[in-house]
Ligand binder design. Structure first.
Ligand code: NAD
Length: 290
């Protein structure tokens, strides 16, 4: 790394808090080194209070772009000059591209999920998708699935503060795309069962399956699993959630965790900011994920 850094080195940042645990600096710096790109990627502990100054810093220091994570994904929007259609609809930004001081916000979690599915041969276009979750991940996925031409997106969520977000996502999708979207309380298990029976793809975008909910799954009835139902869990730690284990044990042929989504959301941000493809195989190896 030290040999690469010089007076011309370009900077990409990550602004969030807490952020020291993030895999992104390793992903990006490994990718830069592998491709011989004169860039560096650094994480900065930035919360809402420092956000405005941090965004001024992106412009002042000509930082090429930035990843944005919690708690800044929504709060950064009024500080930017333009939003991609997906970021506009999702009301969240995880990537900022600095086009000569003109800052454009994008959200790549949804495209990351769609690409992870596509890499496994799963196309979302014209398909019925059942989706649990309407937080940051669920929102980005619902919006991108609609922008990618899903026939229907049936969202199920528990009765918490995210239910209202699910309603809002449904309203926007029905208004702005040709996809038919709906939201139903997850307590309506008959509707959930019926939706899964009619769907090609089930995406679990909730935090169920990850600590402290690692012993929980939203599917516990083997009748809901079919060999031709694609199951995608956004959680990637643990690599095999209770949902994925249960699905595989009961005959699911295509059950995936969120690792691909995590890698491809990074790859999409990398392409948007640098114009280059991220060397995915190398990054996976560097993260010890092979
Ligand atoms: P969030 O807090 O914004 O949303 C959480 C969602 O889970 C909400 O819809 C909430 O209603 C639902 N939920 C919480 N507890 C539940 C329960 N007991 N039963 C049913 N639903 C429940 O979180 P987020 O940022 O959307 O993240 C959700 C998960 O996705 C996390 O596990 C996160 O690690 C993962 N994630 C993965 C990637 C990736 O690249 N693979 C990207 C972002 C988030």
């Amino acid at each position: 790394m030290a040999e690469r850094l010089n007076g011309h080195t370009l900077l990409v940042s990550l602004i969030a808090t807490p952020i020291r645990h993030s895999l992104s600096p390793t992903m990006w710096n490994e990718a830069f080194a592998k491709k011989g790109m004169d860039y560096a990627y650094l994480a900065f502990e930035v919360g809402n209070e420092q956000l405005e100054d941090a965004v001024k810093g992106i412009r002042a220091l000509d930082i090429q772009g930035s990843n944005v994570s919690m708690p800044n994904k929504q709060k950064i929007i009024p500080l930017l000059d333009e939003l991609s259609p997906a970021a506009e609809m999702a009301g969240a930004v995880n990537t900022v591209v600095n086009q000569k001081g003109h800052l454009v916000g994008h959200v790549t979690d949804g495209t990351g999920c769609m690409r992870a599915l596509r890499e496994e041969g799963v196309e979302i276009k014209d398909r019925i998708v059942t989706l649990t979750g309407a937080g940051g991940a669920g929102t980005a996925i619902a919006i991108q699935a609609a922008l990618d031409g899903a026939k229907e997106i049936r969202i199920f969520n528990i009765d918490d503060e995210h239910y209202e977000t699910a309603r809002e996502n449904v309203r926007k999708i029905n208004e702005k795309t040709n996809t038919l979207a709906s939201v139903t309380p997850l307590t309506d298990q008959a509707a959930f069962k019926q939706s899964l029976a009619e769907s090609s793809v089930y995406i679990d975008a909730t935090s169920v399956g990850m600590k402290p909910l690692q012993d929980e799954s939203l599917i516990n009835d083997s009748d809901l699993i079919r060999p031709d139902l694609v199951i995608f869990d956004v959680v990637y730690s643990p690599a095999e959630t209770k949902l994925l284990r249960f699905a595989r044990e009961h005959g699911a042929k295509q059950a995936y965790n969120g690792l691909g989504m995590m890698l491809y959301q990074g790859a999409e941000a990398f392409r948007l900011i640098t114009g280059e493809d991220m060397p995915i195989a190398h990054v996976k190896q560097a993260l010890g994920l092979n």
